[in-house]
Design a protein around this ligand. Structure first.
Ligand code: ATP
Length: 199
């Protein structure tokens, strides 16, 4: 799996549609302070389903939409797409190329797309879970994050290792199965009560 293309339109300082192609090997992005380098990695995290406006250096999610400049009016919409080469099928879908898109309007309305088809946030999060590129994975290390990892609690550090080992999806499924079991147990209690009343 390789990130091939990043398309940014209306996200933070990227008012115009900007397309970045990633070749094999290392890509370096250089620019003066405040020119938008961190905004690029934030766009990637956002498209992967980041839900915390704070971790994107905003107060609320619509703050990620281009807020205007001396020469340009604010925009009402932000869109970011990531295209992956999935010919090795590391992402568990049949497509050899996977494009994920996230759109947000200033009124808070948002949408996700998988290969142009509307989908849920959960579909995107599940797709990248354990791929090493999830929204909470450590493939994107922002400034100050390394110190935060060293200073984190053992339980949080264990989470990092679990993500790397690929067990997060099983923990998630166990949680879902547990809650289904609890709901079923409640239903059984209710049935037992009704049977007792009828008897
Ligand atoms: P440094 O090298 O200092 O870390 P950087 O190149 O990583 O800087 P960023 O932090 O990515 O730069 O970009 C900051 C710029 O993005 C600032 O100029 C800020 O005004 C602009 N910016 C952030 N959010 C928005 C927004 N919603 N609309 C317009 N511009 C924005």
């Amino acid at each position: 799996m390789q990130l091939k293309t990043l398309e940014i339109n209306g996200f933070k300082s990227f008012a115009d549609k900007t397309v970045i192609q990633f070749d094999h090997g290392i890509t370096g992005i250089v620019g003066p302070n405040g020119s938008g380098k961190s905004n690029i990695t934030e766009a990637i995290r956002w498209a992967l389903g980041e839900q915390s406006a704070k971790s994107l250096r905003g107060g609320k999610m619509p703050d990620i939409i281009f807020a205007g400049s001396n020469t340009r009016k604010p925009l009402n919409r932000a869109e970011v797409s990531l295209t992956f080469d999935n010919s090795d099928h590391q992402l568990p879908v049949d497509y050899a190329e996977v494009k994920v898109t996230r759109v947000l309007y200033r009124d808070g309305t948002s949408a996700f797309y998988l290969n142009q088809k509307s989908c849920r946030l959960k579909d995107i999060v599940n797709l990248f879970m354990d791929s090493g590129l999830g929204r909470e994975s450590f493939s994107i290390i922002s400034q100050g994050k390394i110190a935060a990892i060293f200073n984190s609690k053992p339980a949080d550090r264990r989470g990092i290792i679990e993500e790397a080992a690929g067990v997060v999806q099983y923990k998630q499924r166990k949680k879902e199965a547990d809650s289904q079991l609890n709901a079923t147990a409640d239903n059984l209690h209710r049935v037992a009560d009704i049977i007792a009343e009828l008897g």
